[in-house]
Ligand binder design. Structure first.
Ligand code: 13P
Length: 251
């Protein structure tokens, strides 16, 4: 199966900028050579879905674990689905480290996404200090361990490995680093190990191909380099090429 190339726009591109992005986004790939996903700000979801010109899936960057209630500023998985989202990023490192989301909250949100029929894309990854202290495997096993139960009933899900020290820093994990971490994530997933595992953290046109050719790397989750339509198109094209070079896998 082909690679997944996902763009997480974070808090960039309002509705007008989303439409402007899609007026210029036209990767040179066969429609089914790569799975393209976008995570725009929720306020731009409708404009993005209305103006996209290529086959692509859309998701939200965060959900609340409850269906509805007095939670000012939050969006439930059901509401996101009603608005057209099919995917939900959960536990992004910025949610964990800026907004203080715990493993327990990430687990609850994962369950909420599954119940609402969204495809969870759950993010895991270690801090620089944790890596330096030799805690990579322990951190990944703890973060993945917190989500296996809610994921057990998911018809589809993905995990994104995003080392926190490589996010927005220009510092990229080597393909070997990514492969090592992805193998740990896959092992920690146990019976769920056939899920796609994406790499995220300073992915650019110049490193996307090598990363997506590494063992166990099924795609990429791109932040900064997904904001420009021409740059992101080049990463999508790298994904299509890497996917066609893959041996056939049941994934
Ligand atoms: P950058 O690609 O900007 O490093 O961000 C990665 C990321 O956090 C994607 O979710």
């Amino acid at each position: 199966m082909g690679k997944v190339v996902a763009g997480n726009w974070k808090m960039h591109h309002g509705p007008a900028a989303a439409a402007a992005f899609f007026s210029r986004f036209s990767p040179r790939t066969a429609p089914d050579a790569v799975e393209i996903l976008f995570f725009p700000p929720v306020i731009s979801l409708a404009a993005a879905m209305r103006t996209v010109g290529v086959p692509a899936g859309f998701g939200v960057q965060n959900i609340h674990s409850e269906k509805a209630g007095a939670f000012t500023g939050e969006t439930s998985a059901e509401m996101a689905g009603e608005a057209g989202a099919r995917f939900a990023l959960i536990g992004h490192s910025e949610r964990r480290h800026i907004f203080g989301e715990s493993d327990a909250e990430v687990s609850a949100k994962t369950g909420a996404a599954v119940r609402a029929g969204l495809v969870p894309v759950v993010c895991v990854g270690e801090l620089l200090g944790e890596r330096r202290a030799g805690l990579l495997e322990e951190v990944l096993r703890r973060q993945v361990g917190a989500i296996v139960e809610p994921l057990a009933t998911a018809s589809r899900f993905m995990v994104a490995y995003e080392p926190v020290w490589a996010i927005g820093t220009g510092e990229t994990a080597t393909p070997g680093d990514a492969a090592e971490a992805h193998a740990i994530v896959r092992s920690a997933l146990g019976e769920l190990a056939s899920a796609p595992i994406l790499y995220g953290g300073s992915v650019k046109p110049g490193n996307a191909s090598a990363l997506m050719s590494a063992p166990d790397v099924d795609g990429v989750l791109v932040g900064g380099a997904s904001l420009d339509p021409d740059i992101f198109a080049r990463i999508v094209e790298a994904g299509a090429a890497a996917g066609s070079a893959d041996p056939v896998r049941e994934r």
